[in-house]
Unconditional design. Structure first.
Length: 274
């Protein structure tokens, strides 16, 4: 665990008792232990902030066949729950998309359709935390981290090695620095390379790696990945953005009162300050 992770868990433990009025601790499915930053599974709906809670769970019921909850969704530091809380107003088309796109440095277009946990390629099966089709025909792909100590790696099996040869090596050829990585390096940065493989520069796609700046190790991994492996021509499309800055940008925008109240709640829950 990192210092940031420990601080966030302590904050969320207090949030559970003071903001959610939940005294009981939840159980970690793997270890079987109870922890103060985890909700009892029967209370997992409380991991969605009250300002959108009812609408989100209605949305979930309508989309649950393509929106599986992670096994740790009842953890208050679940990055999936965080993504739901932050992006739901746009996934459900409740709010205009211009402030969000501007916070990502994307201008002169709007979101046509957005969704969570979307697989751009059903055979390859990479899930994007938040995916949006834009009016310009480009796509926005957002990979979200909260307190994780890294982006995902994998211990490869033969099926992984086959995908590396047959799928990822050809797809990544245009977006990566020639000769910058080998097969072991690919699997150490598995999640990042998989996301990058879906970026179509010609179409104008943008990949956002959204990480709290306070989560130093994961932030630095994202920056190192971009600077070391992403081709110069593709680098503007791969944006390492601080969650704190994105939230501050949204709150500084001309947004509705209801969205402002909601985003302020996101900041309080996750202790996000620029």
């Amino acid at each position: 665990m990192t210092e940031y992770s420990d601080r966030l868990k302590a904050h969320l433990s207090e949030y559970k008792t003071t903001a959610l009025n939940v005294a009981a601790n939840g159980r970690h499915r793997v270890t079987g232990r109870e922890y103060s930053h985890i909700l009892p599974e029967l209370e997992q709906r409380l991991n969605i902030i009250e300002t959108i809670r009812d609408r989100f769970w209605d949305y979930y019921e309508a989309n649950k066949s393509v929106l599986p909850l992670h096994t740790d969704f009842h953890h208050l530091n679940s990055s999936q729950a965080f993504a739901f809380n932050l992006f739901f107003p746009w996934a459900a088309a409740i709010e205009p998309s211009t402030p969000l796109l501007s916070a990502f440095g994307i201008h002169h277009t709007t979101i046509v359709h957005a969704r969570f946990e979307y697989m751009p390629d059903q055979e390859e099966r990479t899930s994007v935390d938040f995916h949006a089709d834009l009016e310009s025909n480009a796509r926005l792909l957002v990979e979200v981290k909260l307190s994780e100590s890294s982006f995902g790696a994998v211990v490869p099996r033969e099926s992984h090695a086959k995908k590396f040869r047959d799928i990822y090596t050809p797809r990544l050829a245009q977006n990566t620095v020639p000769g910058s990585f080998d097969e072991p390096t690919f699997f150490l940065n598995y999640q990042l390379f998989r996301n990058l493989s879906h970026v179509d520069i010609a179409r104008g796609d943008t990949l956002v790696l959204l990480v709290p700046r306070a989560n130093r190790f994961t932030w630095e991994q994202a920056e190192t990945f971009r600077d070391r492996f992403v081709a110069v021509g593709a680098r503007p499309a791969v944006r390492v953005l601080a969650t704190e800055d994105v939230l501050a940008s949204l709150l500084a925008s001309d947004i509705s009162t209801s969205l402002r109240l909601h985003l302020e709640g996101v900041g309080r829950k996750y202790s996000l300050a620029a």
